[in-house]
Design a protein around this ligand. Structure first.
Ligand code: SAM
Ligand code: SF4
Length: 444
């Protein structure tokens, strides 16, 4: 950030695809751009800079990113000086190839080089075009400015990259090897966020359970959680994503010990069949997964468990798929993100025959989602009559007299109230469990 550029009244439009890590990268890029005098706009047609932050985990978001860049390039008809950049995982994976493929594209920026954004724009304003900055060498500074978008609830990156090499997954190639952020820096950032009014933090990483495993003398993940729990003024702690193989007894015990650690665990299982799990290189079996989720529920009986799962992985037969459904019935997930497998070039599984047809993948996805809808509704109905602590986030979209908030278990609750409650922790008695949310009324 040596070359800060102050320009007046420039507008940036950012379109983000993908996971929370990408959302947070977009927030960080916006903070850097604001230091250079840019303001965010929600209308791409009036932007001076359009930034598309891409995801390549599955085929669909990657294709969507290409088609949206195609639409955005029309901006150059009215504003030939407008700048268009592609950031994120597609940028890292395709690099220079993108500049050749999309003539209107001005720069490509990998996730490991976000901090270079001000320098790149400095060059762009001098007339340079066709810049490609990707890679992970030298390490991205981890103490970039805190985005102003981080308010009541904020994301805090604790690690980047992944060392797991699940056979279907492109993340290790496009996000690099696992790098844990120093705990001192993480704690300082959370202190600063709390000073600005943050009540809830979500710690981010591809595999937070292995935080600092390769950094001797650093705090372990449960020790880090315990330190964060002591920060005065912070009400809630969440984290994502976790890997079953790195979920230790200490992490499970933290749920019974730490006051502010919310009872929600996102623990992707990907498949219910051991044969498929082995080909996925997941490093855990279905039995181990079941044992760990059982322990989580023993340590925190209210805990909500959510997961990611895939259908149609190479070689997944009907019997394997039935094992996935069986595991879902055994665990009774509170929520599930489900995907059709798509081969990603450069991964090990992409060398295998994608032998489940798109019809088979679609049918399995529908069966699985139907099963999950029933389980989710049943679990939401079970909460009727209980009282829940809710952090009030704002007005509900549907009614000006209804407020929206979240329980510690990460369920959305709508209840009658006014905007003076925003940011407060209130107790709500649940009167109705719906498919995607709960309804209730304030107690007392
Ligand atoms: N690190 C996390 C983990 O291990 O679960 C999340 C990784 S990825 C960004 C999010 C989810 O995308 C994965 O959990 C998986 O279910 C899904 N996914 C990854 N690669 C995929 C592929 N090739 N096809 C379909 N879904 C995929
Ligand atoms: Fe991908 Fe597996 Fe790493 Fe998750 S743990 S990011 S699925 S390689």
């Amino acid at each position: 950030m040596s070359d800060k550029l102050i320009v007046m009244e420039r507008r940036v439009y950012i379109k983000t695809f993908g996971c929370q890590m990408n959302e947070h990268d977009s927030e960080r890029m916006l903070a850097l751009l604001e230091e250079c005098g840019y303001h965010e706009t929600v209308k791409w047609e009036e932007a001076d800079l359009i930034l598309v932050n891409t995801c390549t985990v599955r085929e669909k978001p990657e294709q969507k990113a290409y088609s949206i860049v195609g639409r955005f390039q029309q901006i150059k008809k009215n504003n030939p000086d407008a700048i268009i950049g592609i950031a994120g995982c597609v940028a890292q994976q395709r690099g220079e190839e993108l500049l050749a493929r999309i003539p209107a594209l001005d720069f490509v920026l990998g996730p490991g080089k976000i901090y270079k954004l001000p320098e790149i724009l400095h060059e762009m304003h001098k007339g340079m075009r066709g810049v490609c900055t990707v890679g992970f060498e030298n390490g991205c500074p981890t103490n970039l400015p805190i985005p102003h978008t981080q308010q009541l609830r904020a994301y805090v990156t604790i690690m980047q990259g992944c060392d797991n090499f699940c056979s279907y997954c492109i993340v290790p190639s496009v996000r690099g090897r696992e790098r844990s952020r120093p705990s001192g820096e993480i704690l300082a950032e959370i202190h600063a966020l709390v000073q600005r009014g943050t009540k809830e933090v979500t710690l981010l990483g591809q595999n937070v359970n292995s935080y600092a495993n390769n950094t001797p003398r650093e705090l372990t993940f449960p020790q880090l959680l315990a330190k964060i729990d002591e920060i005065p003024g912070l009400e809630r702690i969440r984290f994502t994503t976790s890997h079953p193989k790195d979920l230790t007894e200490e992490i499970i015990e933290a749920f019974g010990q730490l006051k502010h650690l919310c009872e929600h665990f996102h623990l992707p299982f990907q498949a219910g069949s051991n044969a498929v799990l082995e080909r996925m290189n997941r490093g855990h079996t279905r039995e181990e997964y079941l044992a760990k989720t059982k322990k989580l529920r023993e340590a925190a009986p209210q805990i909500s468990i959510t997961a990611d799962v895939m259908v149609g992985f190479p070689g997944e037969g009907e019997e394997d798929f039935l094992q996935t459904l069986k595991l879902m019935r055994q665990v009774e997930f509170d929520g599930l993100f489900s995907f059709k497998y798509s081969p990603r070039k450069g991964t090990r599984a992409a060398q295998w025959r994608d032998d489940c047809t798109s019809e088979v993948k679609q049918r399995r996805l529908e069966i699985l989602q139907e099963l999950q809808r029933g389980i989710t509704l049943k679990k939401n109905k079970e909460l009727e009559g209980t009282a829940k602590e809710v952090l009030v986030e704002g007005r509900s979209r549907n009614s000006p007299h209804t407020m929206k908030g979240r329980t510690r278990c990460n369920r959305i609750v709508n209840f009658p109230g006014g905007s003076e409650l925003v940011g407060e922790l209130v107790t709500v008695k649940i009167t109705e469990g719906l498919q995607n949310s709960l309804r209730g009324g304030r107690c007392g």
